[in-house]
Design a protein around this ligand. Structure first.
Ligand code: 2F8
Length: 148
């Protein structure tokens, strides 16, 4: 009886799997790169791996980036503007200023700073900074976890 019960629990559970080297959280997998390149190339590298630059939808998702990252490196996220102040997520999720995690004093909204990194030194959740898109930074790619 007991064994049967456990078997059923096992079979009915849903497994979420990430590729090797990717970090799991909720329904997603995240890849933190060591190499550094401009924002466009970073996005291309992610899409070449079936993913995109991370889209941060919740505070919990922002928190997990802090848990997994190594301090000392700027990390591109999937937030970019065509014009100063016109922030857009790479997957077209509407940008919501009340769920944004800018460093104090950011964004600069400088027309030369249209791409966003998680700042290399900030240790709290308020850590986004807008930088020139040509700046070479590491990146966080996100893809959906595989359901088994
Ligand atoms: O102090 C904020 C300021 O710091 C740097 O500029 C000196 C950042 N630039 C880069 O990281 C390339 C600015 O984005 C930031 O606003």
């Amino acid at each position: 009886m007991r064994a049967n019960h456990l078997d059923n629990a096992f079979l009915m559970s849903v497994w979420k799997c990430c590729p090797e080297g990717w970090r799991p959280f909720q329904e997603s997998c995240y890849y933190f790169s060591d190499d550094q390149m401009p924002w466009n190339e970073s996005q291309q590298k992610c899409s070449g791996m079936g993913s995109q630059l991370v889209v941060i939808n919740t505070e919990a998702e922002q928190e997990i980036q802090m848990k997994y990252r190594q301090n000392g490196i700027n990390l591109y996220i999937g937030l970019q503007a065509q014009e100063a102040g016109q922030w857009r997520w790479a997957d077209q999720t509407p940008y919501n200023v009340t769920a944004a995690f800018w460093r104090p004093g950011e964004p600069s909204d400088d027309p030369n700073e249209l791409c966003v990194v998680i700042h290399h030194k900030t240790e709290n959740l308020q850590n986004w900074n807008d930088v020139p898109c040509t700046t070479r930074s590491s990146r966080i790619c996100e893809t959906a976890a595989e359901t088994l």
